[in-house]
Design a protein. Sequence first.
Length: 198
Amino acid sequence: MQIALRRAADRERDRLVDRDPGQWGVDAAGLTLPVNETVSIDSDHAGRITRARRQDIFDLLKGRGKLGTEAHHAIRRLQDDIAILHRAVSGGADYSPRVDRSRSSETFTDMRHRASSRVEAVLGLSGPASARLLGALCEADAALGPPMEWRSLVRRDTGETLPDAQAAVLRGACENLAGAYAIIDRGRARASKLPVDI
C-alpha cells in the first residue's frame, strides 16, 4: 500500500511539474553523459542549470584559439540569415520588442527576401569554395536538423582528408566570410554618409 501511495504521489508531482513552466529545466544527469561533453552550461547562483547549448565546430575552433572573433561573429550572422530563410510561418503572438507597439508593415516574406539577398551577397564575396563549404555546413545545421559530421562535409566538398588540414580549410573559409562581411559593412557605412537629395 505504501509503495502504491508513493507511486501515486510521484505521478501527481510529475504531472504538476509538466504543467508548470517554471519547473521545466534541463536534465542535469543527462548532461554528464560523455555524448554531451560539448554542451556548455550556465547556472544561476543556486546551482540550477539556466541554459545549456551544444557547441558546434565553430565554437570549438574559437575555444581552441583557431578561429578569430570576427570570423566567429561572421559565421553566426550567416547562420542567423539562413535560419530566417528556413523558418516557417507560425501562428501566435509576436514577442519581438517594439518601442511604439504598432503593427509592423513588414511581412514574413519581406524578411525572408532580405535574408536571401544578404546570404547571396556575402557568399558571393567570400569565394566559391568558401561559399560552398560554409553553405553546406550552415544548411545542414539550420535546415536539416542534426548536422552532418563536419569533417565528412569538408572531405566531400574539398577532397581534404588530413584532420589538421580540414580544420585549416574551414578556418580559411570563415576568415573569407569575415572579409566579405567587412566589405559589405564598409559599403553600407559609405552609402549612409552620402548626401541624399530630397
